[in-house]
Design a binder for this molecule. Structure first.
Ligand code: PLP
Length: 409
């Protein structure tokens, strides 16, 4: 690169090597063309023109960046892109999905408050609510979110938040977001929806009446199992409240992570179409087999909330679950698979198969697992972008292994 393309400042006084090295290495390139990708602003600090400007930025009186925990351009670009796709006024990026969930709930709740949450939530969300936040005086009632009467019965005068998942982890329950959101609003609650399993391509909870939508961008949005990140989107007023908490609690997304999420967003639609098409084909194949007791996939006509799924989701998504009736059959199925990775995540180019009771929901004891509707014989599959025919042949191996183990009478 030619030296004259940098911002040299000949007015600077002559100085020693160390001073010149620091100044030279932090001189920004002058760029007049728009970059095609959002650059990674790998800088913790941003300098102001003078002390008054720095104070004004830090106090939020002027827009700008000062210290990356409070915000940086790559994270802001990620948050704005996700907010736009969710149909939201504003967004905030976090270092993980749990960071976004924790940051959102602590901004909305105080000691003495009560939360109504779907009983079929991600394991760490459940323990955040009923173990961590419980220590700070926040109580939670977990309900079957498909029974509207259960919601009405759980609301108390102290209830502040209704917490739902669009497609729940791991049993793929599809809550009727429009119905629940309108009832929650009648009680003055803030409706928070974790949309991780669906992504904004398949469902936009804010359009159905939610106040805040959360994504673990670690999953479909990043899409390649190489980034941990999260986001929350909603009204400017609510997002500003959450951002004020992030200043003191941390959890800001790393610039490189934000860059990877932005890159993932560019291919989200094509990936979700392919994940959904393959998952539907595999769910249909598994349903036709004698082995599993049940196959859960939102786009199957046999899904308990098939009608809600059709209304709320553009397609069924990449997640499906299979119930074998016994833990041994479930693990024999998983261990016989050759293509999927046996790993406790989801939303990637490669297929993953996992036994939720011993992995993603391991924090729950037997009673909590039962209450959350998670059977010992459950297997959760995140369908990747491999050829569906190869995956189907491999699942057939798994079914044969499960059949050999059988289900104890
Ligand atoms: N929400 C759901 C539905 C999840 O499945 C997960 C993780 O698996 C999370 C939130 C947490 O996301 P992260 O691992 O990015 O913290």
């Amino acid at each position: 690169m030619a030296a004259d393309q940098t911002d040299r400042d000949p007015s600077q006084p002559a100085s020693g090597f160390a001073t010149r090295a620091i100044r030279a290495a932090s001189r920004l390139p002058r760029v007049t063309q728009a970059a095609s990708a959002v650059p990674i602003y790998q800088s913790v600090t941003f300098s102001a023109e003078d002390s008054a400007e720095l104070g004004a930025i830090l106090n939020g009186r002027e827009p700008g960046y000062a210290y990356s925990r409070l915000g940086h351009p790559t994270g802001a670009a990620m948050a704005a892109a996700i907010a736009e796709l969710e149909g939201a006024e504003a967004g905030l990026a976090f270092d993980s999905g749990m960071g976004a969930i924790h940051g959102t709930l602590t901004a909305l709740l105080s000691a003495g408050d009560h939360v109504v949450a779907t009983r079929a939530v991600y394991g760490s969300t459940r323990t955040l609510l009923d173990r961590v936040l419980a220590r700070f005086g926040v109580a939670t009632t977990f309900i079957d979110a498909t029974a509207v009467a259960a919601f009405e019965a759980a609301v108390t005068p102290r209830t502040r938040v209704l917490y739902l998942e669009t497609i729940s982890n791991p049993t793929l329950v599809v809550a009727d977001l429009a119905e629940l959101a309108s009832r929650a609003r009648a009680h003055g609650l803030t409706v928070v929806v974790d949309n991780t399993f669906a992504s904004p391509y398949l469902c936009r909870p804010l359009e159905l009446g939610a106040d805040l939508v959360i994504e673990s961008c670690t999953k479909w949005l990043g899409g390649h199992s190489d980034v941990l990140a999260g986001a929350v989107s909603g009204s400017r007023q609510l997002v500003d409240r959450i951002a004020a908490g992030q200043v003191d609690m941390g959890g800001t997304v790393a610039p490189f992570s934000a860059f990877l999420v932005l890159r993932g967003l560019t291919t989200l639609a094509v990936r979700m179409d392919r994940h959904s098409a393959s998952a539907l084909a595999l769910a249909s194949f598994l349903s036709a087999s004698a082995e599993p007791r049940a196959v859960y996939y939102p786009a199957l006509p046999s899904h308990p909330q098939a009608a809600v799924s059709r209304r709320q989701l553009r397609a069924g998504g990449g997640m499906l679950a299979v119930e074998f009736g016994a833990r041994e059959a479930a693990t024999a199925f998983i261990d016989a698979l050759r293509l999927p990775q046996r790993t406790a995540s989801l939303g990637s180019v490669f297929t993953m198969a996992v036994h939720p009771p011993s992995t993603t929901h391991r924090q729950l004891d037997a009673a909590e697992l039962r209450e959350a509707g998670i059977a010992e014989g459950l297997v959760r599959i995140s369908v990747g972008l491999e050829d569906a025919a190869d995956l189907q042949a491999d699942l057939a191996n798994g079914l044969a292994a499960a059949a050999r183990v059988g289900v104890p009478a």
